[in-house]
Design a protein around this ligand. Sequence first.
Ligand SMILES: Nc1ncnc2c1ncn2[C@@H]1O[C@H](COP(=O)(O)OP(=O)(O)OP(=O)(O)O)[C@@H](O)[C@H]1O
Ligand SMILES: [Mg+2]
Length: 258
Amino acid sequence: MSTETAIRARGIRKSYGDLEVLRGVDLDVASGSIVALLGSNGAGKTTLVRILSTLLTADEGTATVHGFDVGTAPADVRRSISLTGQFAAVDEMLTGRENLVLVARLRHLRTPGAIADDLLARFSLTDAGPRRAATYSGGMRRRLDIAMSLIGDPPVIFLDEPTTGLDPQARIEVWDAVKDLARGGTTVLLTTQYLDEAEQLADRIAILHRGTIVQHGTLAELKRLLPPTEVVHVEKQPTLEEVFLSLVGPVPHHEESS
Ligand SMILES: Nc1ncnc2c1ncn2[C@@H]1O[C@H](COP(=O)(O)OP(=O)(O)OP(=O)(O)O)[C@@H](O)[C@H]1O
Ligand SMILES: [Mg+2]
């Protein structure tokens, strides 16, 4: 893919009342790449994704997505993206297939049935397709939700914690689907608290901490931040977890204070 920038944020600030969540976020995501935004609970990952997807307005700063300014061209941004939120958008009363067909119709696509069947197959939901989504496991619902967000082939996709609550097999299926997307040229910004997910999926990793991106680089670059530890003649590469904890420190589970 080209090195064109699909997502560019500069100096994004956002507070909720007295709580300063984002304090000047700069981020560049190259077209066709997968970037993982890592951060503890409450770090502001969802807030940043909501700003980039025009659901929320920043207090300060600018951002463009697919070349469109989120502040001045929000409709163009919305046409260029899909967002899978932390909470699923699936209609439980409909079958999996009906959910997909509905979205394809809403997007005025010509072959909703074929699009639905293709996505059911890609997400291993063909057998479950005719069943109501209310009967799906959490993992199946999540896969359906991501499949729904891919309808219409948006060039930029935001996935907010795409695999939270999934079993290992379902996570691998979601990872494979995300990798497929990026291979096809789609830009993916995903948030996660799982370091192994970032290691598995991301071309680059951005760590959000205390309101700014404290590090942004490839896994190899982040690992280079820590010197390899010598343990009796065996050279050990630092894990992403060690790098993350050295940057962020062991944090209490709910870090609400600023
Ligand atoms: N609408 C809101 N009003 C007030 N405070 C909010 C609002 N939305 C988020 N916050 C606070 O802003 C901070 C950042 O929240 P955000 O949801 O962006 O974090 P996150 O990194 O996505 O966390 P998680 O990993 O739990 O999803 C948190 O302290 C949260 O309580
Ligand atoms: Mg969140």
